[in-house]
Design a protein around this ligand. Structure first.
Ligand code: XMP
Length: 308
């Protein structure tokens, strides 16, 4: 078992020696990985770290405010609302990988614009072990990153060797609140990966509301402690329903809840039926334009956790 206090002290020391008096930036999402990294690096170099929170608009209900309120007095923190830019860039795009690429590119563009203003030499990244094991399978970290606009940044990855449960322990040790430390993992492109087909403002609003209901109901009964992720996916299918005495033709929403240790594999556990029925009733009655809710029961593999 990792010695937490030693890890924190050692990594603060390492970061100090590496960055010295230069400036560094981090893209802070409010997730546990980037939050823990921000606090470690802030401890090492203080205000020479700027934490940039790029709001792509695909965040969960209330999330942007929570992140701003949490960090605005703790770090040298900058909030950028880029939601219009993201929605515009995604207009008419339906292919999941293309959507991811566009989101990644806009994110880098926005981030680079901000980084240039700061003249940072180092980029802090919240990479953890499964990120590079799954994506590259190589052991050595790249040492610098050239951004499209020409900036070259040295990479600092303080928690690169850790797994999620270890990062959570470090977060608790650093004094981060439980709500943040225990938050379910959330993908970088956010709710965008939970919308099948073109992303429109209308579909995004439905997805935000449906995900909020799932989160509320799961957390109300404390099931979040046993789940890795729990969320709603908006499909691109419309199906026939009946609301009051009217025929209704609305979206099909899928609920997905999985247990996992590190997202490499995942299992759909037995779920309380009342919970599923309550979520279904709430989504169909509270979210206009949804006429049907179904439950995903597929494990990973063969399915992935996210739908796109
Ligand atoms: P999959 O869907 O591949 O997801 O089984 C495994 C874990 O990774 C998250 N995920 C992402 N995280 N950018 C991220 O930062 C992404 O594009 C992305 N896609 C999936 C997913 O939520 C799950 O925890």
């Amino acid at each position: 078992m990792l010695k937490l206090n030693n890890f924190i002290e050692n990594s603060i020391e390492e970061v100090k020696n590496k960055i010295r008096d230069e400036k560094a930036i981090i893209a802070l999402s409010g997730g546990v990985d980037s939050s823990v990294c921000s606090v470690i690096v802030e401890n090492a170099i203080g205000d020479n770290l700027t934490a940039i929170f790029v709001d792509h608009g695909f965040l969960r209900e209330g999330e942007a405010d929570e992140v701003v309120n949490m960090f605005k007095n703790m770090l040298n923190f900058k909030y950028i609302d880029a939601s219009e830019e993201f929605l515009k860039g995604l207009e008419g795009v339906v292919d999941p990988e293309e959507k991811r690429k566009i989101i990644g590119k806009i994110f880098v563009d926005v981030f680079e614009r901000e980084a240039e203003k700061i003249q940072a030499k180092f980029l802090v990244q919240g990479t953890i072990a499964p990120d590079w094991i799954e994506s590259e399978g190589k052991i050595k970290s790249h040492h610098n990153l050239s951004l499209p606009g020409g900036m070259v940044l040295n990479i600092v990855e303080p928690i690169r060797e850790l797994y999620k449960d270890e990062v959570r322990n470090i977060g608790r040790n650093l004094g981060l609140p439980d709500e943040l430390v225990d938050r379910q993992p959330f993908p970088g492109p956010g709710l965008a990966v939970r919308i099948i087909g073109e992303i429109t403002k209308e579909k995004l609003d439905i997805t935000i509301k449906a995900n909020h209901i799932v989160t509320e109901e799961v957390e109300k009964i404390g099931l979040n402690k046993d789940l890795w992720q729990y969320f709603a996916v908006l499909t691109d299918s419309k199906v026939t329903g009946v609301k009051g005495d009217q025929r209704d033709f609305g979206y099909l929403v899928v609920i997905r809840m999985v247990a996992s240790l590190d997202a490499m594999t995942a299992e759909v556990p037995e779920l309380p039926w009342n919970l599923i029925k309550t979520i279904s009733k709430r989504i169909t009655s509270e979210v206009s334009d949804v006429s049907h809710v179904s439950l995903s029961v597929s494990d990973k593999p063969p399915s992935t956790i996210e739908f796109t």
